[in-house]
Design a protein around this ligand. Structure first.
Ligand code: TC6
Length: 306
């Protein structure tokens, strides 16, 4: 949101988490125009290495299409790119909503890139984990309406991305599965993964789901409320855009303040404990036993293919 006041543009800070009920900052027009205003990519997609971002000027809706082969695993590079794109859209006064989807016809995202957690230095692990946090803070704390068009399987970090959105639409295909399966890899979903799931499906279902590392078929995900709707694969984008228009019919300021009121405690919990969360991750992932589990899991994935 931006308004002109005494020659200064009053712009929303763009992150619910840092400021609670959206605080406002003064920025000069000159500074703002260094940011990617609508005019800099009007109606045209801007493509980075791992995703394409297309903003429709008429609707104010951007589509982020993840396109990292083979399975949209969330590497450090991917996460950094994603956070930058979200920041750009957040600062763009014309953009009011984002649909997140995948160019891979059967995988939304395979979750965190396991190669980023295996055989790496503590420094690298720390940097990687900060990027995972940043992705979630940007998505969960976004002022924009966020809809996940889950057009394929979405384990672990992929499920987290979907959980961070305002609404989830999944392709109605029995082969697709979604869930936080971390325990199956011998690792533990951190507290903010857990909180994200509790906020969507409730405490009991989350406990069950997390302890067993359950992956749900699309129809079972709908039953427990992990996704909001199932739609035929070829209709998923049209449907996501139609749901988006319903959400955008609500005045932004009222919806954004309501969203912040609901999400702030969860966001604050990570912001307050951000450094200790990184340290916990680094200590945990560096353990020999965890490295062994990840190695076996990677081997299993490769064998499954052959
Ligand atoms: C505290 C930490 C919290 C952790 C959170 C997480 O997100 S943990 C993450 C939890 N995530 C999971 O447990 C998901 C594990 N993945 C799967 O279940 C399946 O791959 C699939 C259903 C995503 C796609 O099935 P499909 O039959 O279409 O494809 P395919 O199986 O044939 O794989 C193709 C290639 O991709 C590779 N690769 C795959 N995933 C990853 C990855 N995350 N990373 C890196 N690489 C990955 C796979 O090795 C293979 O490589 P190759 O041999 O070509 O060099």
């Amino acid at each position: 949101m931006a308004v002109l006041l005494n020659g200064l543009r009053l712009v929303s800070s763009g992150n619910l988490s840092l400021h609670g009920i959206k605080s406002l900052q003064y920025k000069s027009t000159r500074i703002l125009c260094q940011l990617p205003c609508k005019s800099s990519y009007q109606g045209r997609p801007f493509s980075n290495k791992n995703m394409t971002v297309e903003l429709d000027n008429n609707t104010g809706v951007a589509v982020i299409q993840m396109k990292k082969p083979p399975v949209n695993s969330l590497s450090l590079e991917f996460l950094t790119e994603f956070a930058i794109n979200m920041e750009k859209l957040e600062m763009d006064r014309e953009c009011r909503g984002v649909v997140l989807t995948s160019s891979n016809p059967k995988i939304f995202s395979a979750g965190l890139d396991i190669n980023e957690m295996y055989g790496k230095t503590p420094e690298h692990s720390g940097e990687f984990w900060r990027a995972v946090q940043e992705m979630w803070l940007k998505l969960y704390g976004s002022n924009m309406v966020t809809i996940a068009a889950i057009n394929g399987s979405s384990p672990a970090g992929g499920c987290l991305m979907a959980l961070a959105c305002d609404y989830r639409i999944m392709a109605d295909n029995p082969k697709y599965a979604i869930g936080l399966n971390e325990t199956k890899l011998g690792i533990v979903a951190p507290f903010w993964f857990k909180d994200s799931m509790i906020n969507v499906i409730g405490r009991r279902a989350t406990e069950h789901s997390l302890q067993l590392g359950l992956m749900y078929s699309a129809s079972n995900a709908l039953k427990i409320g992990l996704v909001d709707q199932l739609v035929a694969q070829d209709k998923i984008m049209t449907h996501a855009l139609s749901v988006m228009s319903e959400w955008l019919a609500i005045p932004d300021h009222a919806r954004q303040i309501t969203k912040s009121m609901m999400r702030k405690p969860t966001l604050d919990r990570l912001l307050t404990n951000r450094e200790s969360d990184i340290q916990n991750f680094v200590n945990f992932i560096s353990k020999d036993s965890i490295q062994k589990s990840l190695q076996l899991y990677l081997e299993m994935l490769k064998q499954r293919k052959s």
